[in-house]
Design a protein around this ligand. Sequence first.
Ligand code: ATP
Length: 223
Amino acid sequence: MKNHLLEIDSVQKTFDNKNILSDVYLKCETKDIIGLLGRNGSGKSTLLKIIFGITYADFKFVRIDGNVKAKTKDLLDEISYLSQDNSIPNVFSVKKAIQLSVPKERILEFCADEIIVTMLEKKVSHLSGGELRYLEIKIILNNSSKFVLLDEPYNGLSPLMVEKVNELVFENSKTKGIIISDHNYENVIKVSNKLVLLKEGKAHHLLCKEELVDKGYLKEGML
Ligand SMILES: Nc1ncnc2c1ncn2[C@@H]1O[C@H](COP(=O)(O)OP(=O)(O)OP(=O)(O)O)[C@@H](O)[C@H]1O
């Protein structure tokens, strides 16, 4: 299987004359699980939305395998994005949501999952917050895109569900590059193989998790 490379370069973003991102560079290859960390308001969601193309940047370059992708529509087949909000319409049954999102030949395998099995007869509107998050994550990781951006995937998940999500992320990283942003830093550190800290508009590419303390994101003893 061919490996792919996503590069985001020179990202500049201001909101109301305030610099949110300045000259951010990020690189994600197939098999990367990049943990994107940063304090509240540091610009993590903004950066993910800019990469996906749903928030305009004042300036940016997005390249996939060396080819510049100037238009959002050029990225639709290449990058998937899990937003902080529910993305599956509430009117659907779980089965319908799966049928509409998962290729036919993969539905059986998709539904064999011990957590998915328990929700198959339900409506999306009747799922708990954690069940819905799991379904969304599994659907997004199952599509054919080369890169996946996960914004706060652990939100509302119990510890066992977090473990299941980490298994999904790990399994899918064999064929995709994944960027994961969440305040559950312990799990981000656990699942990722690279760490990037957003601080004062800059992306810091960390060599080890201890730099999270050195750079003031965590306090001594929190690791
Ligand atoms: N549409 C907008 N208009 C004005 N300011 C915005 C807008 N979206 C985000 N911001 C500001 O940009 C900054 C970065 O926001 P962003 O949501 O990217 O941060 P974050 O790191 O994801 O934060 P959190 O961890 O709290 O979710 C914040 O100061 C926020 O108030």
